[in-house]
Design a protein around this ligand. Structure first.
Ligand code: ZN
Length: 549
């Protein structure tokens, strides 16, 4: 699953079809960003396999267009034929959204002659089908991930497996995956691609999901039907997506270094020692990669920066799940959104401390510290978990915990000389964290990350660890930040360790609120892009698309 952040920067669509200028304005909420990945280190077999995988991913775009709406392919052909400025603006915005509905505007249509909103069931169900009709009819097969519901000749509902519904595209995808499997020397990649090609034709994805968990290769690929967000009617149907990536060996070894120190961090967490876990469990695998190409459900609207898969419960129980972090996507977002935010929100003296390396290192630390702290707890003699006890408040508390424990972990490793630090390292870490707080807060306080960030921001302001600077800017007080982070980490960890729902509620009610300084910050950030529009320069150079976009 991936985090889908709600967006606050909606533009009202007034019913009339937007003109070229309006469409370009809507598209400008996505800053164009070139995505590059270094493929020179790949073996010659992998380089040739990469071409096949990019081609397979382009076929996934075709399947996803079909899944989104049954009019998409005809509409795309029409838009491609219109070379006027308006036609070009329409095509660009269509391609960004993979359909005629604007995701940032609550899926409102930006073209005439299409349903005024995206259909909740997309093209997974007949457009005239009601929920009640489906529920009265549905068999187990019909609620599965990998079938499309259609009407047969008699008008009755029928479940058609993906292998039949997308037969031509999936046969082509399977052939390309088999060709890539023959080219790569990596046994885990060969196995995944071979099994996934077979799954495209059999609709049985289990064995290939297991092989994906074992995939450990310089060329890293995720391709298939996965997430069910496009099916807003029932959330049953999996949309096709593809990510063709190259493993980032340097970041992967940094991650390994952190993983090797996790028990030590647990042993030093700022909580009552009786709550520390003497033997933490194995951590879920994390891969850091650079994205060469993404397609389908993996490339529309706000771009995916990390994903956790698979979703199949049987595979998760047996093999766990894996998190893939797209470093160059994070970097593109950093340059396009966080840098302009920092120019407005940080005091001039702090600007030079904004650092992508600090940003990404903290993201890695955040991910790993989800795995430490209280996991199994005892409340009034019952064996339970923080999630069960803190219920709907847990996500916000846990996200804030991972942020501050990530800072705590890095500080611990710097202080002990285990992680090298230069004269600016710590300042960069905290100042970059302060700037990134505004980026997260922009996504709103309804969502767990935004709520958890409001909690941290206001807490750290009240402790004097964040302070206001000239012209409504902010800065970090280096004399106060470390102890404040430690104190907040202690409070959050203790709430989790004791399953303290009332305590979580008190903390969130007091701190996770929209105070005037955050509101003023929002007002200053209105015109900053929400996200990026990826331009796949490496993929284009290696395997140029026959049709553009
Ligand atoms: Zn998290």
């Amino acid at each position: 699953m991936k985090h889908v952040l709600p967006i606050m920067l909606a533009l009202a669509l007034e019913g009339a079809e937007p003109d070229a200028a309006q469409l370009n304005h809507m598209a400008s909420r996505f800053a164009r960003a070139e995505l590059k990945a270094d493929t020179a280190g790949l073996s010659s077999g992998d380089q040739r396999a990469l071409v096949k995988l990019i081609e397979a991913a382009r076929v996934v775009n075709s399947i996803y267009l079909d899944q989104m709406w049954n009019g998409n392919h005809a509409l795309l052909a029409k838009l491609r034929a219109d070379t006027s400025p308006l036609g070009k603006a329409r095509l660009r915005y269509f391609w960004l959204n993979k359909g005629p509905w604007s995701e940032l505007d609550d899926h409102a249509a930006f073209l005439a002659g299409v349903p005024h909103k995206k259909l909740p069931g997309a093209n997974f169900y007949p457009p005239d089908m009601t929920k009640a009709e489906f529920e009265a009819w549905a068999s187990k097969e019909a609620t599965g991930f990998f079938t499309v519901i259609t009407r047969d000749g008699g008008g009755h509902l029928a479940a058609v497996p993906y292998s039949k519904a997308y037969a031509k595209d999936l046969a082509l995808c399977a052939t390309l995956l088999q060709e890539a499997a023959a080219l790569t020397e990596n046994a885990t990649l060969k196995k995944f691609l071979t099994l996934r090609a077979a799954a495209f034709l059999s609709d049985d994805y289990y064995a290939s999901d297991v092989a994906w968990m074992d995939l450990d290769a310089p060329l890293d690929v995720t391709i298939g039907p996965y997430e069910t967000y496009t099916d807003e009617l029932f959330g049953y149907k999996a949309a096709f997506e593809a990510y063709v990536n190259v493993r980032d060996d340097q970041e992967t070894s940094k991650l390994q270094f952190f993983a090797n120190h996790l028990q030590e961090i647990e042993d030093n967490l700022p909580i009552d020692p009786k709550h520390r876990n003497p033997k933490i469990g194995a951590t879920a695998p994390i891969r850091v990669v650079n994205e060469v190409f993404a397609a389908g459900d993996g490339s529309h609207g706000v771009q995916t920066a990390a994903y956790n898969l698979p979703n199949d419960e049987r595979v998760v129980q047996e093999k766990g799940s894996k998190r893939v972090m797209l470093k160059n996507v994070q970097e593109a977002k950093f340059h396009s959104t966080l840098e302009p935010i920092a120019r407005r929100m940080l005091a001039p003296s702090e600007q030079a401390d904004l650092s992508f390396d600090a940003f990404f290192t903290h993201i890695l630390a955040h991910e790993l510290t989800h795995g430490i702290g209280p996991q199994r707890i005892t409340v009034a003699g019952r064996d339970t978990t923080p999630r069960q006890e803190i219920k709907e408040l847990y996500s916000a508390i846990e996200e804030a915990k991972a942020d501050v424990c990530g800072l705590f972990m890095l500080q611990h490793l710097y202080d002990r000389g285990q992680l090298p630090r230069g004269p600016d390292t710590e300042r960069r870490l905290y100042t970059t964290f302060l700037a990134s707080a505004f980026r997260t807060l922009r996504f709103g306080l309804k969502e767990a990350h935004g709520r958890g960030m409001a909690l941290q921001f206001n807490y750290l302001m009240d402790k004097g660890a964040f302070a206001t600077g000239p012209g409504g800017t902010f800065r970090v007080d280096s004399g106060k930040i470390k102890s404040a982070v430690r104190a907040l980490a202690g409070e959050l960890l203790t709430i989790e360790a004791t399953g303290d729902y009332a305590g979580a509620k008190r903390l969130l009610e007091h701190y996770a609120v929209l105070r005037p300084e955050i509101q003023r910050a929002f007002d200053k950030l209105k015109d900053i892009p929400t996200d990026i529009e990826p331009v796949y320069v490496t993929a284009e150079a290696i395997a140029p698309a026959r049709e553009k976009p």
